[in-house]
Design a protein around this ligand. Structure first.
Ligand code: BEZ
Length: 179
């Protein structure tokens, strides 16, 4: 048996911050769930998706977080057992890394947590592009998890449900839906 804190079966539950599909479709068991914010980061459709909303020859676009000292990202925090990371680490394997952060829960409690971030320059990183170009890519992309458009619209709906205004997501949604 692994000693002390290295054994995930003996570690205390921890918070994980969802800012993409984890907001509306957590496919893992959790002990608690609360709206939360993460300061200093902005959500952007800058990560290529070869395994969920696109395929290797035609990647879709999904969200990652980029450093933004003046911004605060609104999402959903889940309190999970450490063993759930085995599932999440696998699900988010395409360029994402698990990063330790401080989260602010909806009651203003600040807690230690984790978030999956696909860093700038990772092998699947696409970066910024003109909004119409990103919208075209999202419109035509699909992968094993479904249509890229559905991912964008479901994210925008989930953010409206949280009362969050995310100018980047809403502008992209408007561009995708405008025909
Ligand atoms: C999320 O929904 O928080 C999430 C987004 C991208 C990768 C992993 C998780």
């Amino acid at each position: 048996m692994v000693s002390g804190a290295e054994d995930s079966r003996t570690q205390a539950p921890v918070w994980v911050f969802g800012y993409g599909s984890l907001i509306w479709r957590p496919d893992f068991p959790y002990l608690d769930r609360r709206p939360a914010t993460l300061a200093g980061w902005a959500r952007r459709f800058w990560q290529g998706s070869h395994d969920h909303r696109g395929v290797p020859d035609a990647p879709g676009r999904v969200v990652t977080l980029v450093p933004a000292p003046e911004e605060t990202c609104i999402g959903m925090a889940y309190r999970i057992e450490h063993t759930v990371f085995d599932h999440l680490d696998y699900r988010e394997k395409n360029g994402y890394e698990r990063v330790a952060v401080s989260l602010t829960l909806d009651d203003a409690d600040v807690v230690a947590g984790a978030v999956y971030i696909a860093p700038i320059g990772n092998h699947a990183f696409l970066g910024d592009a003109p909004i119409e170009e990103m919208a075209r890519q999202i419109r035509r992309s699909a992968g094993p998890s479904g249509e890229n458009v559905d991912y964008l619209v479901e994210l925008a709906d989930a953010l409206r449900g949280l009362g969050a205004h995310d100018a980047h997501v809403f502008a992209l949604e408007a561009a995708v839906l405008a025909r």
